[in-house]
Write a protein that binds this ligand. Structure first.
Ligand SMILES: [Zn+2]
Length: 297
């Protein structure tokens, strides 16, 4: 099954998928959404996301992190667990983490401290960051300038204006990800989507939240990422296929999704066996590329 689209952000670990999680993953897969990144929101959901990724190698990938809503649940012990989990091939990002001053479910100083902890984990583990920003743009930019230099990642479900997008894009390793709000009226997102460089954009659902319009579903799911990509194509005056190709390539590049984790682990141990033979490791990589890095469930 070729990869048409990547849902770069879907919380399929949440209880709202308990009744039909496997069906949801299959429906997306059958429709060509053959890769899904599931970012954890606290230790438990990060563990669950990782277990889903292990159960669906090459299809579901995990992020590990603590959402700003849950920042008060973060501790050094939790951070240690994330670092351990980050060694697993199925963990492709640190996050989601960030600052949310709209709901302010954790005190601002706690959110800021936990944000910085995640930046350090991402740096130490050499993984991209999945960053949540809500009514907190200035603080996120300030903390990234102070502690995030050289990191890479995504501003997920970007919801700001053009000036804010420019500040985000000034971090050269970061992309903007568009979700359901792009399909709604009354925001600056079409302008942002038009100005963002093609090699810096992703699409996502943020399932189970943010159902794209005009769908009337009560729950969002990875299958619906098509509607975000369609809207993006319309705004950019490109074909759906072009947008699919571009955003898929970006997601694969940012999260290093092009290798089946089981194969990657095998090739890593092969590489260890053969020491520093660079020629052999290049051969392994190109073998992975030749079969498209695809796998079935
Ligand atoms: Zn999210």
């Amino acid at each position: 099954m070729p990869c048409l689209l990547v849902d770069s952000h879907a919380h399929i670990d949440t209880p709202r998928f308990n009744a039909d999680r496997e069906d949801v993953i299959s429906a997306a897969f059958e429709a060509g959404i053959t890769r899904i990144v599931d970012p954890g929101c606290d230790l438990d959901s990060s563990r669950f996301a990782l277990s889903l990724a292990k159960a669906h190698p090459g299809v579901v990938f995990a992020g590990v992190g603590t959402h700003p809503h849950d920042a008060t649940t973060y501790s050094d012990e939790v951070g240690t667990c994330y670092r351990e989990m980050a060694q697993e091939a199925e963990v492709v990002a640190i996050g989601e983490f960030g600052l949310d001053y709209f709901r302010m479910l954790s005190p601002r100083y706690v959110q800021r401290a936990v944000f910085c902890e995640h930046l350090q984990i991402a740096r130490d583990c050499d993984l991209p960051c999945i960053i949540h920003v809500r009514d907190s743009h200035d603080d996120v930019i300030e903390l990234l300038r102070a502690h995030g230099q050289g990191l890479r990642g995504v501003f997920h479900c970007f919801s700001g204006n053009v000036a804010q997008a420019e500040e985000c894009l000034a971090f050269s390793g970061f992309m903007l990800s568009f979700a359901g709000p792009l399909t709604r009226q009354g925001n600056a997102l079409p302008e942002v989507a038009r100005m963002a460089p093609l090699d810096r954009i992703l699409v996502e659902t943020d399932s189970p939240y943010l159902v794209p319009q005009p769908l009337r579903a009560k729950r969002n799911e990875p299958l619906f990422v098509k509607h975000v990509a369609e809207k993006l194509a319309e705004i950019r005056d490109m074909t759906f296929e072009e947008i699919a190709q571009v955003t898929t390539a970006n997601a694969i590049r940012l999260f290093s999704l092009d290798t089946d984790p089981s194969r990657q682990r095998r090739s890593e141990s092969e590489q260890r066996q053969i020491g520093n033979d660079a020629g052999a490791s290049t051969a392994t990589q190109s073998a992975n590329l030749q079969d498209g890095g695809e796998s079935t469930q």
